[in-house]
Design a protein around this ligand. Structure first.
Ligand SMILES: Nc1ncnc2c1ncn2[C@@H]1O[C@H](COP(=O)(O)OP(=O)(O)OP(=O)(O)O)[C@@H](O)[C@H]1O
Ligand SMILES: [Mg+2]
Length: 302
């Protein structure tokens, strides 16, 4: 049985999934910088984006379903700690050889609504407390730029603008946040022909630039669903690691297999089972790796 098949089998044996979104998880509350409301600043539903940087409005992000309720924060923090460990190792070469472009981590899923944006934000927050690591969260979901909207930066210049216009310095599109080690790049404008742009040499150039100048910068990219769009596949060729989010008891096995096939021979794919109760003491998340060339793994919970 292949590693992928084993992983799928694990998915199938999951017994209980969490009901409504928002019930299931917890955010790394210790990761969180305090909310500093800034009256009068322009705002999205989940944050404010004043010139000085984005101030994460955790209450609004929670209300938008992108952060879990306070009471679940400890559990989620523990789960993300396990999930991020192998990702960081490969990204910056901590204890293992550094993966090619391993610092570029794409959060993907087969179909919409599996928890990509939730995972991208919570993983980025968790990574941001790692020692000697800086994190750039990129809204590469150019089809549905939810993070840009929640951060009050919908329609602001971002990734797409840099792709369209080689004279734009990608660094100029990066916004600091009130978490000192976390920055954000919005999706930008001009989604037409995004697939071609995302697979272009310019995208490679931007990806290289995003990791530059900061030896330990990890870039987390939210993305559109693999089977519903072509943009994600284009993006997958640029990144060094892919986290495929699978919603427990929701995604049919053949659909997940199709998505994994679409990713081809990518050497570093990990699966995260989202909104599941089985598999560990905390009972909320259960992650495991799918092997590519070697064992990249989101570790099991116990
Ligand atoms: N672990 C979780 N705990 C609680 N709620 C969650 C969890 N993961 C996702 N959700 C909820 O599920 C819904 C879908 O999540 P999210 O928007 O992150 O999915 P997505 O894969 O980004 O969707 P799309 O493809 O439409 O962009 C949201 O309402 C979110 O709040
Ligand atoms: Mg999303």
């Amino acid at each position: 049985m292949s590693v992928v098949e084993k992983a799928i089998q694990k998915l199938r044996t999951e017994k209980r999934s969490i009901g409504a979104p928002g019930e299931a998880s917890a955010a790394p509350s210790t990761d969180a910088a305090p909310v500093r409301p800034e009256p009068g600043a322009p705002r999205g539903s989940g944050s404010r984006a004043p010139a000085s940087g984005i101030i994460l409005d955790r209450a609004a992000l929670r209300a938008a379903g992108l952060l879990p309720p306070d009471e679940e924060s400890g559990v989620l923090a523990r789960e993300y700690r396990k999930i991020k460990r192998p990702l960081v190792a490969r990204a910056i070469g901590r204890g293992v050889p550094r993966a090619a472009n391993g610092h570029l981590i794409m959060i993907a899923s087969a179909v919409p609504g599996e928890g990509k944006t939730f995972t991208a934000l919570n993983l980025a927050l968790s990574l941001a407390i790692e020692k000697d690591v800086r994190v750039l969260l990129v809204d590469a979901d150019v089809v549905k730029p939810q993070l840009s909207r929640e951060f009050g930066l919908q329609g602001a210049p971002g990734l797409l603008d840099a792709l369209h216009d080689p004279s734009i310095d990608p660094a100029s599109l990066v916004h600091p946040t009130d978490v000192p080690t976390l920055a954000f790049m919005p999706a930008g404008r001009g989604a037409e022909e995004a697939t071609e742009f995302l697979s272009s040499a310019r995208m490679q150039e931007i990806a290289a630039a995003l990791g530059e100048g900061d030896g330990a910068r990890i870039v987390v990219l939210d993305s559109p669903p693999l089977l519903h769009t072509t943009e994600s596949i284009a993006l997958s060729h640029v990144v060094g690691q892919i986290v495929v989010v699978v919603r427990a008891e929701s995604t049919p096995q053949p659909v997940l297999l199709d998505a994994l096939k679409a990713l081809g021979n990518h050497p570093a794919i990990s699966l995260v089972l989202n909104q599941s109760r089985s598999g560990g003491t905390s009972g909320y998340y259960y992650g495991y790796g799918v092997e590519g060339a070697d064992a990249t793994a989101v570790p099991t919970q116990q």
